[in-house]
Design a protein around this ligand. Structure first.
Ligand SMILES: Nc1nc2c(ncn2[C@@H]2O[C@H](COP(=O)(O)OP(=O)(O)OP(=O)(O)O)[C@@H](O)[C@H]2O)c(=O)[nH]1
Ligand SMILES: [Mg+2]
Length: 276
């Protein structure tokens, strides 16, 4: 659902903010054409999402019905298996990326505005695209669950038991401290309905708590993720060259003894993709 259809849907949605009159076609007409196209894409997603394929069905069942520690056990092993599938290929790509990246740094020091800089930037983009296409892990599975949710929502299957149970998966993981994707970095888009549903579920489960949101913004590779990891003992991914894509959030409980002093019960950390 996420590879092509969600990509197309996001493109269409972004078009809504660049409406233009074209020939005898008014802006209103343009808008309604885009809305129809968006709905068509959601319906295509729906035919693939319902019933979910074998992989997604078993992932959803395990994440919904097993105990918390079993869930984490399952997630750890599954990410290891999935890592093994792509590790070799990704390692070669990352090596290339590092090489080009250090070349860029060298060019920057020389402060030359030559053509080679431009072509290096292009190389980096090509490698990044390859890396993201070849990445397969828990993040992609959770993103897929989000897309199943959004497709079902669009088809107003809101009494569907599958639909109602999906946000619980991400909410449970979030409450037990796993990082959850807030913005899909491949399409630069926040799946709003899904994220809202997950937050609803989280606040339903945790009750009325005081929450402090801490987010980090800054240039690419300036050490944002490293800083959060060091301050809070997390494992946001870190590397030379563009690394974090999109935005991730992680919920941390504040220890009982500090709650009064700090004035909040929970911290929500948001790690974001670098600027420029
Ligand atoms: N020498 C040194 N290296 C650092 C420091 N902080 C981070 N790094 C390194 O800088 C590189 C980039 O760090 P990240 O934490 O991935 O940077 P980021 O800002 O999250 O990058 P993006 O997510 O791609 O925007 C990594 O190789 C880190 O190990 C620091 O204080 N000193
Ligand atoms: Mg980062």
């Amino acid at each position: 659902l996420q590879g092509q259809l969600w990509h197309l849907w996001c493109e269409k949605d972004k078009e809504l903010y660049h409406l233009r009159e074209k020939g005898n076609r008014s802006i209103e007409q343009h808008r309604s054409e885009i809305e129809t196209a968006k709905q068509r894409i959601r319906h295509k997603q729906l035919t693939k999402a319902k019933p979910p394929n074998d992989l997604m069905r078993s992932v959803i069942e395990i994440l919904l019905y097993s105990k918390t520690h079993n869930k984490f056990y399952f997630i750890q092993w599954l990410s290891m298996f999935m890592n093994n599938l792509t590790a070799e290929h990704l390692e070669t790509l990352r090596e290339k990326q590092r090489a080009v990246w250090s070349q860029i740094q060298m060019e920057k020091k020389k402060a030359s505005k030559s053509n080679s800089m431009q072509s290096l930037q292009n190389d980096i983009e090509v490698i990044s695209t390859k890396i993201s296409k070849c990445t397969l892990g828990i993040d992609q599975l959770l993103r897929e669950i989000g897309q199943i949710y959004e497709a079902l929502e669009e088809a107003s299957s809101i009494n569907d038991s599958l639909f109602l149970s999906l946000p619980q998966i991400a909410a449970d993981l979030m409450i037990s401290g796993a990082p959850i994707e807030l913005m899909d970095g491949d399409v630069s888009y926040v799946p709003l309905k899904w994220v809202a549903a997950v937050f609803d579920k989280v606040s339903e489960k945790l009750g009325d708590k005081r929450l402090f949101v801490l987010s980090v913004v800054g240039l690419q590779s300036s050490g944002k993720s490293t800083l959060l990891n060091a301050l809070f003992g997390l494992q946001f991914s870190v590397s030379a060259g563009r690394c974090t894509r999109g935005a991730y959030m992680q919920l941390l409980k504040v220890e009982e003894t500090f709650r009064e002093e700090l004035g909040f019960d929970l911290v929500l950390l948001v790690d974001t993709e670098g600027l420029r």
